[in-house]
Design a protein around this ligand. Sequence first.
Ligand SMILES: Cc1cc2nc3c(=O)[nH]c(=O)nc-3n(C[C@H](O)[C@H](O)[C@H](O)COP(=O)(O)OP(=O)(O)OC[C@H]3O[C@@H](n4cnc5c(N)ncnc54)[C@H](O)[C@@H]3O)c2cc1C
Length: 300
Amino acid sequence: MKDCVIVGGGPAGLSAALVLGRARRSVMLIDDNRPRNAVTHASHGFLTRDGIQPAQFRRIALQEVLEYPTVEHRQAEVAEIFKQADGFEIVIKTGDRVRAKKLIMATGLKEVFPTIDGLHDFYGKSLFNCPYCDGWECRDRPIILIAEEPVILHMAKLLYNWSQDLIVCTNGKPLLSTEERMMLETKQIRIIDDTPISAFEGKNGQLKQIVLADGRRIERSAGFVIPKWQAKVDFSKELGYAVTEFGGITTDTMGRSTIAGLYAAGDAAYVRPSQLIYAASDGYKTAITVNTDLSEELFV
Ligand SMILES: Cc1cc2nc3c(=O)[nH]c(=O)nc-3n(C[C@H](O)[C@H](O)[C@H](O)COP(=O)(O)OP(=O)(O)OC[C@H]3O[C@@H](n4cnc5c(N)ncnc54)[C@H](O)[C@@H]3O)c2cc1C
């Protein structure tokens, strides 16, 4: 039986594996290598790694983690998890099973975007979701902000700092009050809320035009689309843990879920803001909690 299985090998899971490996714990890190940020060419804002390719970030991290002999890595999808009296049984899609005293879920989240033709051709290349990740690269360019949620107002105020050539589009939803519209229009921010977007156009992932449902075409070279967030996996019925408002795993401030022995880190625990450095830090913290609990339990 392993001390800990970590499901998910993004920055949260990798960081947890590093800490537990250094703490001499036997760990299996299981990851199906389908990270959310794989669509983008570069990750920004992680000190010492600014601009790194997401795959390279993971490669370096995994190499470091596997330096520790008690850490094992499996590239595979976890299909089922069962709670047992002394821990967990994790079932891999191939049918293999592994048992562990502790389980860290670091499975990330998924984005649900407005349904607009072509969006996925541009996402991660010239359409992004986070200004801290990609705002600098879009500075002073003609950009569009698209959101179907009230958070659009806050995002517009943020993005204005990166580019004042800003159009705000609610995809046809009447989201903004008269006062809020005035607030934006005083800064020459154009608002499109009377018609949805029917398509994005451009080449090789580089946006050129937004096509509106009424036939209008608007030139934009980049944009930000605000998705809804959902948990990437949902084992709440099998394991019985409490969920956050987006279906993620509710944790205390140290990463413990409501089920003994089950922990969560990074996006899976809805750590905000959703950034590499936060996820890595959260994985570190949660691994310390796991190690502390294992040490304490030995002396009971
Ligand atoms: C387009 C885009 C650009 C971004 N740019 C930046 C940036 O520039 N800077 C920045 O700081 N942040 C950026 N982010 C955010 C950043 O990627 C996330 O905050 C971070 O990856 C979260 O880490 P995590 O470890 O919690 O989850 P993830 O990185 O999503 O990792 C979760 C892992 O779990 C695996 N997994 C899920 N379910 C299973 C299962 N059942 N079995 C096995 N494995 C499973 C997935 O395959 C994945 O590898 C960006 C995100 C996107 C989408």
